[in-house]
Write a protein that binds this ligand. Structure first.
Ligand code: ADP
Length: 329
């Protein structure tokens, strides 16, 4: 959407699942506002805070020393009330009372769906930044938080490899990734796992056992299987049980990394990504462009309307699966 109304006060919030690098994005948005001599208002607890009028003006010093910190200083939330028209009316009234004439929302697909309907209903320009560890949005090569989550997963898997090979064990390591195997796939290649189970390319137990048997035939001292949570946290426990019943070569263990992947200091890649996107988000609003997500594709800034960013996500790269299977022999 293009709008010619001058933007003087930008509200910003983090929403949905938190991701490392959200703080770097907050800092970039606030500092870009200072640079362009407009005001920045931090809204706490995502859309819930917008409805409850929980906000505070931010300046350069409010965001000092946060670029390296995980989590989000603005807190995050999932808001049921914002899904109702009445909740969004309250949110729009609070924006008007606070003089907020545009919003930067940092979150995932749910956050963008909310931003889209809010802009359509109330005419307040909204720009989104991809803040999710899942890397499951169209219109950006990487989302803020993904690189950190993958690094955390790979380092954890390295540690598990040490103990697994000391005991001739088969480990199932479950990583987050709602409907998305991207964290699992990349961490699996980085840590040299034997197999990867992802929702995009389902593998049945027979196929998995076949891979493990081949490894056992080559006298591998351990085997690591990285399993994407895929919307069913804990399902690797059942999977491990099924495999143990049919394949006795290894002693089998399960480690669920869970929320560990959301924490920690963001990597350099995530900090730089968040910094670039935060500045450009403010510049787009000042140019009168809104209604979509700012991402980076092939190292270039890319604007994607919200409906497209959250639509059928088709960014799974089969090349990764091919590389993983060649290297796991
Ligand atoms: P994420 O942004 O990480 O995908 P969620 O899916 O929980 O996280 O979405 C964050 C919030 O966005 C929700 O709690 C809700 O307040 C809002 N939201 C999600 N979908 C919609 C929708 N269709 N309409 C309005 N608000 C929505």
């Amino acid at each position: 959407m293009n709008s010619n109304r001058a933007v003087k006060r930008i509200g910003l919030l983090t929403s949905g699942g938190d991701a490392p690098g959200m703080n770097a994005a907050i800092r970039a948005v606030v500092r870009a506002c200072m640079y362009y001599k407009i005001e920045a208002v931090g809204i706490y607890r995502g859309y819930d805070g917008l409805i409850a009028n929980d906000m505070k003006t931010l300046d350069s010093r409010s965001v000092a020393s946060i670029i390296h910190r995980g989590g989000t200083i603005l807190k995050s939330a999932r808001s049921m009330e914002f899904k109702t028209p009445e909740g969004r009316i309250k949110a729009a009234e609070n924006c008007r009372m606070a003089g907020i004439d545009a919003l930067v929302i940092i979150g995932g697909d749910g956050t963008f769906r909310g931003g889209l309907v809010f802009q359509q209903e109330h005419g307040i320009p909204v720009v989104g930044l991809p803040g999710t560890i899942d890397n499951d949005l169209n219109g950006t090569d990487f989302t803020i938080g993904y690189d950190t989550a993958v690094n955390t997963a790979a380092h954890a898997i390295d540690k598990i490899r040490d103990t697994a090979s000391s005991h001739n064990r088969l480990f199932f390591i479950e990583v987050m990734g709602r409907d998305s195997g991207q964290i699992a796939m990349r961490a699996s290649i980085a840590a040299g796992a034997e197999a990867t189970m992802i929702p995009e390319r389902p593998m049945n137990v027979d196929e998995l056992i076949h891979i493990l048997e081949k490894g056992a035939g080559r006298k591998k001292s351990s085997s690591l299987v990285v399993v994407a949570e895929g919307g069913k946290p804990g399902h690797s426990i059942d999977l491990a049980k099924e495999v143990t019943d049919r394949f006795e070569y290894y002693d089998t263990k399960v480690t669920i990394l869970g929320h560990l992947l959301r924490g920690g200091s963001p990597t350099v890649s995530d900090r730089v990504l968040a910094s670039r996107l935060g500045v450009v988000a403010v510049e787009y609003l000042l140019k009168g462009i809104s209604g979509g997500m700012i991402g980076i594709v092939n190292n270039r800034i890319n604007f994607t309307p919200f409906a497209e960013a959250t639509g059928n996500v088709s960014n799974f790269d089969d090349e990764m699966l091919r590389i993983a299977s060649i290297l796991s022999v």
